[in-house]
Design a protein around this ligand. Sequence first.
Ligand code: OOB
Length: 586
Amino acid sequence: MLEGCTPYPDEVAERYKRDGIWRPQTLGELLEETTARFPDRLAVAAKNRRLNYSELNQLSDRLALHLLEQGLRSRDIVLLQLPNVWEFNVVFFALMKIGVMPVLCLPPHRQAELTYFAQLTGATGYFVAPEFRGCNYIALAREIQAAAPALRHVFALGAGSESSRNEGVKYLDPLLAPLLAPLPAPMLAPLLDDSHVNDSLASDSLELRTPMDSLRQLRPDPYDVAFFLLSGGTTGIPKLIPRTHADYIYNARVCAEVLGWESSMVFMVVIPAEHNFPLGAPGMVGALSVGGSVAMSLTPDPPTVFEAIQRDKGTFLALSPALLIMLLNSPEREKYDLTSLRFVCTGGQKMLPELVDRTRAIWPWVTVGHAFGMAEGLINLTRSNDSLAVIRETQGRPASPHEEIRVVDDDGRDVTPGEVGELITRGPYTIRGYYKAEEHNRTAFTADGFYRTGDMVRLHAAGPLTGNVSVEGRKKDMINRGGEKISAEEVENLILAHDSVHMVAVVAMPDAVMGEKSCAFVIPRPGRTLALAELCAFLIARNIAKFKLPERLELVEAFPLTHVGKVSKKDLRVIIADKLRAEAGA
Ligand code: OOB
């Protein structure tokens, strides 16, 4: 296995292989297998393009060859940070076919996070949209390159403008052009700044120059790392999570099977495609394993999502409860035909029973469910035929029978069934260690390989909820902002560098839509003061993702302490929740 990763113990890996849980198949081969079964079925749909399986497969072959020609090599690591565009699938499978391992970065990540990922991995390439939602990613690439010189290759969507083509950026349109039908004129309207402008694209004969079986020779080891997901991050900057071809394919297949997916399903990609939930739980990989279709919604804005569902007749909607609330609250909802939807599945944060009820009332034709998963592996799902009690009260049960879960107390002893404790887990797709994080791994995993999730749960031992897990709270010091995870420690460390700050504690405050937002409690230095806008400007200058900014600042003289003298975040959460309640009542 790639250096810096923790392999599964030999006897466990052998058992998974022997029992057919891990199969000797790469993600590239998975696409080829489905293509052989359903060559003409729609694989990927977006506003400006539709690809059937043959096209997706050929495009990813072609791009794979080009990437080799440009100098990418098997076992290189690259950063992948694309919006929800059809090209995401082409790039992803191209990389899978030549054993280049992407770090799946989230669109809001900025220089601070990306530079860290690039330096940690020695990444050689970066895949971006030239510009998206106000961010110039080419300029961002230059900043990262200055600090991480190994990052030689920048690949951008579109055709580029005359000037930008000369800057060492390689644009994807010319590489893919000979295989792409020209877009009809109205579709050329720029979706992403200057991308999709199909000028001067001479076809070339790459496929003739390169024997196609050269790709086959580069087939990666199915039991080695395919890509890296990012952890929610409880201590500092997100950790990298190495996932193998075999573990991920099993994960997506088992989830797809549990949910009864077959080739008529259309999976809606609404949250960033780089996230584990839309990627593989069962997500895009699950859909592409059964011959289903993947429909990309460029942004999670309600009209864009509704339009995509209507256009592509989406059947399965996977999103956070916060986004679901925004969709249900949107007056635009009435203008679209959403009757193709069959299943609305929330994950990333807890869906409360009231939201289950509201969704069922507004869209009575859909089944509502939960995915309680994590990039580290374990996926819990509710099933289509679960009782309403299970769907209202629990977050499901492990997708795979080979998943082990335990609920333990602070000493690692199993609690009495029905009591709340920390969820720990081990299984065929839960990692045994983060990438290059030896010290952190010592506390994040038990000696016998269980991952400590930091989630406080209850396991239902009896009654109609048997075998299901309810999420009751959290042990880890994280803010869950509508499914986006903020490490309190990471933000606190940045805030501490501000001149006016003596001490800081960042905690979650309740929010009706996002579930939680972050609030910074600050003890200022003597004679100093601080305003939220000033603090945010200071943090933005540190080039971090915007969702990490505190949305409220409370200046205090002292922090409440626990009986052992530590800052009591529990009390701070109560203080801010009470204050918000009082303000709302006033
Ligand atoms: C998903 O993955 P991550 O890695 O961004 O976050 C994992 C954490 C969990 O440990 C838990 O704290 C929270 O997010 N979480 C939920 C939840 N789903 C995730 N808490 C309560 N209820 C849920 N349904 O967020 C993720 C990955 C795959 C599928 C779904 C979500």
